[in-house]
Design a protein around this ligand. Structure first.
Ligand SMILES: [Zn+2]
Length: 320
């Protein structure tokens, strides 16, 4: 009797154990089937199957909306898009405009497209106005898209000592003046006598400058060499047109020793060459070997070392 009871008990235990094992297995397998189902429906999986590498998939998911990802899955692998996403100064908010610009200018390098779109140069000049943020202090951006109001005037303008300029008297913001004197002294020690011939201009001054060009050469030519009132950096009190005592010619200043010295050293004092050669499509201006802009030492150093314009710097580091 006792023996039979024992056997029955053993059988029951076995049954319960089997049932537990079965339930556990069912849960584990079920979970893995579910996981597999979720994974196969994920963008990670679909994009990888579509030919994108794991790194590319990460980039795409980080920067594209689900709607865009769906569209992407309906067309062939988009290598241009991937290259754009890998560009150093890529901004997510500009993606559609990059692609648009690429469609119309397939020969343009992608880094150029990024720069052009970031600074709004994919719009016509003077047709996409943004009121510039005057609270940015020495980093105020003023160009053919970012404008100043007619009554904007910096509140810390100082008159320059007459030894630093020729022609009409000149003024700049205090911080710019201090930096300029440091730069002037350093250049002077190397036998170079820097001299300013234009600095702060009021809105009315600029209007006069622009209109005199316009009257003589017409609007197109005037726009190539001068800013319209409200769009000139000279109204910020942060820009100077600087030459040397022995060369004040716009035509030949670039060949002077002073120009070479400024090109190599100005950034150490917080100044940048604002309209360099080769960047005309970004800055909107022909090269000006004499126009320097104060942005402070750190920003000037970055711009100098990375060979970008202030417009690009502003778009990527300040505005975004
Ligand atoms: Zn200038």
């Amino acid at each position: 009797m006792r023996k039979r009871k024992k056997i029955r008990l053993k059988k029951q235990v076995k049954l319960v154990l089997c049932l537990i094992v079965f339930i556990i297995l069912a849960i584990v397998i079920g979970k893995s089937i579910y996981k597999d189902h979720v994974y196969k429906n994920s963008y990670e999986y679909k994009l990888e199957v579509h030919g994108y590498s794991a790194d590319e998939v990460k980039l795409l998911i980080k920067n594209l909306s689900n709607k865009k990802l769906d569209e992407l899955l309906e067309s062939e692998k988009n290598d241009v898009l991937i290259s754009l996403l890998k560009e150093k100064y890529f901004l997510k908010k500009n993606l559609d405009r990059y692609l648009d610009y690429y469609d119309k200018h397939k020969q343009t390098e992608l880094s150029q497209i990024i720069a052009i779109v970031n600074v709004y140069a994919d719009y016509e000049t003077y047709e996409h106005d943004i009121d510039t943020d005057i609270n940015k202090d020495e980093l105020i951006l003023c160009n053919k898209y970012y404008k100043l109001s007619a009554d904007y005037e910096p509140d810390d303008l100082v008159q320059m000592n007459s030894k630093y300029y020729y022609g009409d008297s000149q003024s700049v913001r205090q911080e710019v003046y201090d930096a300029f004197i440091d730069m002037w002294n350093a250049a002077n020690e190397e036998g170079i006598y820097l001299i300013v011939n234009s600095s702060y201009r009021t809105y009315a001054d600029q209007d006069e400058v622009y209109n005199s060009y316009k009257d003589s050469y017409g609007e197109k030519e005037a726009d190539a060499v001068a800013a319209r009132a409200g769009y000139s950096e000279h109204q910020t009190g942060l820009a100077i047109d600087v030459f040397s005592k022995d060369n004040t010619s716009r035509a030949t200043f670039k060949e002077s020793l002073a120009y070479s010295w400024l090109e190599a050293n100005a950034y150490k004092y917080g100044f940048i060459l604002r309209y360099p050669e080769g960047k005309e499509n970004i800055t909107g201006y022909g090269a000006e070997s004499w126009h320097y802009r104060y942005v402070g030492k750190d920003v000037a150093e970055y711009i100098y070392e990375n060979d970008i314009t202030f417009d690009e710097y502003y778009a990527y580091f300040i505005e975004k």
